[in-house]
Design a protein around this ligand. Sequence first.
Ligand code: GRG
Length: 296
Amino acid sequence: MSFIHMQQHYHERIARVLADAINALPPLAPELKAAMEYGLLQGGKRVRPMLVYASSDVLGQANPAAQDAAAAAIECIHAYSLIHDDLPAMDDDDLRRGQPTVHKAFGQATAILAGDALQSLAFELLSQSNLGLSAERQLRMVQELARASGYQGMCGGQALDIQSEGKAIDHATLECLHRHKTGALIRAAVRLGALCATHMQEAHFTALSRYADAIGLAFQVQDDILDITADTQTLGKTQGKDLVQQKSTYPALLGLDGARSLADDLQQQALSALADIPYPTQTLEAFAHYIVKREF
Ligand code: GRG
């Protein structure tokens, strides 16, 4: 199967799983349920669920129920983070994925609750008793997701980002911020995928973690590059160039060419980590390529 077909297959699979998870919620609070559905099901590249599926399929003997639960759980956390990130107290954005943000469509109180409820739903899905994994393995998955999304992961990274607003930060601080804010969830996606493979070996878990660390940072570097190139296209060359200088981003620190070369280095690091996996890894190689070369 080609990478495009694989991507489409995983995309359709996670769309079904997420729709089922929302449909299974009772009609207790219809407005909240509608806001959760809006934040979770309206578009999105589904990079994290796809990484769950791809990592587990590479190791073989993946448990399908566990894969679906892990893929849905990580996307629920991602959707919650975007809903909260868009709030007036954080980024104060009116649009997300070309549509009004959840607080614009449903009001702030409902948006906060939708984010909270999606976070809880993630752990409810991951802790279901019928996933066919050992209790020990499942507990490890719950801990993995909790760490990656909380103080030691995404929330910690978001706090660092807020603290550093308007300040000039060095490369090490920028890297630390992004390894937590964006990288932690991408790392968790790959590691949760590995944990869905019933006969997963620790050496393979370690190699996949190195792969995930590299693509997690590469994802952010490319995101910064796309922000600048999109701004340059929208605002014209001069203003786009000004933005390169203003924000704490990889192009601002390293220049556009330096950022592109860092993304390429990270892709190479990801590929060399995969050399320690004794199975065909073409899907994960293609994913690393997609993350660095994507155009949106
Ligand atoms: C509010 C606790 C809390 C955390 C927010 C992830 C995050 C932390 C904020 C998102 C802000 C942002 C634009 C970060 C840059 C990288 C990133 C995570 C982009 C969005 O992820 P994609 O590109 O989004 O996977 P889609 O729409 O495809 O799902």
